[in-house]
Design a protein around this ligand. Structure first.
Ligand code: ZN
Length: 234
C-alpha cells in the first residue's frame, strides 16, 4: 500500500481507479484512506494530493495515536502507565517457569524465569494490561451506552487487542476493537474512545452528522480528544 510521511506520522492509502472525473479521498472509521481516481491518474499526482490534504486526513483520524519511536526498554525502574498514573517496573527472578506481572505497592512486579529476556518481560506486562483492559472495558461499555439516553444502539460486538497506531476502530461488521493500551490512560480518555466508536454504529464516517451525535452524547468530547492527542502509543 502506498504511503506518505507527514509530521512524523504515516498515512497509508489505497487507490481505486474508477470511471470518474475527479479524485475523491475518503477516511473510514477503521482508518482506511481510500482514494478514488479516474483511470490513468499518476501515482505522483495522487501522492501530491494526499500530501496537500494530510492535515485534514489526520484530523479525521481521531483514532490515530501519535507516532512515537520505540523507546521502551523494559528495564528495572522504567516507568509504565496504568489509568493515567506511572509506576516503575521491578523485575525479579521467578521461582518456576512461568512469567507473571502484578501491580503492588506502587510498582509493577514482573516475575520472569530469565531476567534478561526482554520479550518475556514485555509479554508478562502486556498480559496483565490485557486482563485489566478487558475487565474495565466490560464495565465501561454499558455505562457509555447509557449516554445515548434510550436511543436504540445497533447490536455490536467488541474486543480488545494490541494494535499499533490507533486507539480503537469500528468496522462495517459493527465490531468495535479497543486498544489494550488504552488501559494506560486516564478513564475519561478511555471513555472518550469508547463513546467515539459507539457513535460510529450510527454514522460510519466523521461527517458533521457524526460530530453532532458525538457532541450530544459527550458534550465535552473536544477537550478529551485534545488530551488524548497528547498521549503517545508505544
Ligand atoms: Zn472515528
Amino acid at each position: 500500500m502506498p504511503r506518505i510521511e507527514y509530521n512524523g506520522k504515516t498515512i497509508s492509502y489505497e487507490v481505486i481507479f474508477t470511471q470518474r472525473k475527479t479524485v475523491e479521498i475518503r477516511v473510514y472509521p477503521d482508518n482506511r484512506v481510500v482514494v478514488k481516481a479516474p483511470p490513468h491518474t499518476s501515482q505522483a499526482y495522487i501522492r501530491g494530493l494526499i500530501s496537500q490534504r494530510a492535515e485534514w486526513i489526520l484530523k479525521n483520524h481521531t483514532h490515530l495515536a501519535t507516532y512515537a519511536p520505540p523507546s521502551v526498554k523494559y528495564i528495572a525502574g522504567e516507568k509504565h502507565q496504568y489509568l493515567g498514573e506511572s509506576y516503575p517496573i521491578d523485575i525479579r527472578q521467578a521461582p518456576g517457569k512461568h512469567a507473571s506481572a502484578r501491580l503492588e505497592d506502587g510498582r509493577f512486579i514482573i516475575l520472569v524465569p530469565d531476567m534478561n529476556n526482554i520479550k518475556r518481560i514485555k509479554r508478562a506486562l502486556d498480559r496483565w494490561y490485557r486482563q485489566q483492559a478487558y475487565t474495565l472495558f466490560a464495565e465501561m461499555i454499558p455505562q457509555a451506552v447509557q449516554r445515548f439516553n434510550g436511543m436504540p444502539l445497533p447490536e455490536f460486538e467488541w474486543d480488545t487487542r494490541i494494535f499499533n497506531g490507533r486507539w480503537g476502530s469500528c468496522g462495517h461488521d459493527r465490531k468495535i476493537m479497543l486498544n489494550v493500551y488504552l488501559i494506560r490512560l486516564d478513564k475519561s480518555l478511555i471513555e472518550y474512545v469508547i463513546v467515539h466508536e459507539l457513535c460510529h454504529l450510527f454514522e460510519m464516517n466523521h461527517s458533521p452528522k457524526y460530530y453532532a451525535l458525538l457532541e450530544k452524547v459527550m458534550p465535552d468530547y473536544k477537550a478529551r480528544r485534545k488530551a488524548l492527542k497528547g498521549y503517545r502509543l508505544r
